[in-house]
Ligand binder design. Structure first.
Ligand code: SF4
Length: 276
């Protein structure tokens, strides 16, 4: 059944076939599809960030995650039953030559997996984009739908795992299968990047692994995750500062473990370090 996109009114199937007009869809119908771990390794070897985004967005390499993301896209949360669901992996998004990078864990089943844009349409994203707007890294305080005109200012977001996992928990094998996408994206944006904010421990650890594999001198013993920690790490294009930040999950924001001032402090610091 085709349903209207909440912004454009255009009709889409769920999941959304690539290249059919969904706002900000990076893929075209002929974008090559990764169907195995080996395919991911091979297809991640592109020099074009836009092509990498396109390839990520049609990937089918993890059977459990493909089944889950498409199942959620068809069954839908009741409050979104009148909307089409993206139901595909979520590519990195934002400035192609960022100075600040924001690294998370994975998209949410009824957030990014519904809207097709990272952190868009869920409560964590509401917190994150409001903070980015307050500190001057986003043009709007809200991010509800792809195609709403929102832009990040000198910043880019990406997730360590690109498909929504059941219970927000990818398996170690799924994390490893997805890692070539993450690593290659990091490699392509690293020349301009000066500060990297890692949301949560999973994103922090995945980022350090990726940074090391692209030539970053990650110290031993490994830096420990914590809120507002900072680690300068020499890399192939100069020093980048990796910052820890509690994830703006509902669990953290409801309990007061993460407050708006705490989030703003880290984002402001990243902006300063990046010279923005
Ligand atoms: S998690 Fe990553 S590797 Fe696995 S299907 Fe999604 S995009 Fe592909």
């Amino acid at each position: 059944m085709r349903l209207p996109h909440p912004l454009t009114g255009e009709l889409f199937e769920s999941p959304v076939p690539p290249g059919t007009g969904w706002p900000e869809d990076p893929a075209v119908r002929r974008t090559p599809v990764a169907r195995s771990t080996a395919d991911v390794v091979e297809l991640a070897q592109t020099d074009e960030l836009a092509e990498l985004d396109a390839r990520v967005s049609v990937c089918r390499a993890c059977p459990r995650l493909v089944e889950w993301r498409e199942e959620v896209a068809l069954s839908k949360r009741k409050s979104f039953a009148d909307q089409p669901y993206w139901g595909r992996p979520i590519a990195g998004w934002g400035d192609p030559e960022p100075r600040v990078l924001i690294a998370g864990l994975a998209p949410a089943a009824n957030g990014g997996n519904r809207t097709g844009r990272v952190f868009t349409g869920d409560r964590s994203g509401d917190w994150l984009f409001a903070s980015l707007h307050r500190v001057g890294l986003a043009t709007q305080p809200t991010s509800e739908h792809a195609g709403d005109g929102l832009r990040l200012l000198g910043a880019r977001m990406m997730a360590a795992v690109r498909c929504a996992p059941p219970a927000n928990k990818p398996t170690p094998e799924e994390r490893d299968t997805c890692s070539p996408w993450f690593r290659r994206e990091l490699e392509l944006v690293l020349p301009s990047t000066r500060a990297i904010v890692c949301l949560g421990k999973f994103g922090f650890d995945a980022l350090l692994n990726a940074l090391q594999s692209v030539g970053g001198a990650v110290p031993k013993p490994r830096p420990k995750f914590g809120h507002a920690v900072e680690y300068p790490i020499p890399g192939p294009y100069g020093e980048v500062v990796v910052l820890g930040c509690f994830h703006p999950s509902q669990q953290n924001t409801f309990t007061g473990k993460l407050t708006e001032p705490m989030l703003d402090t880290v984002m402001t610091r990243a902006k300063e370090l990046a010279g923005l």
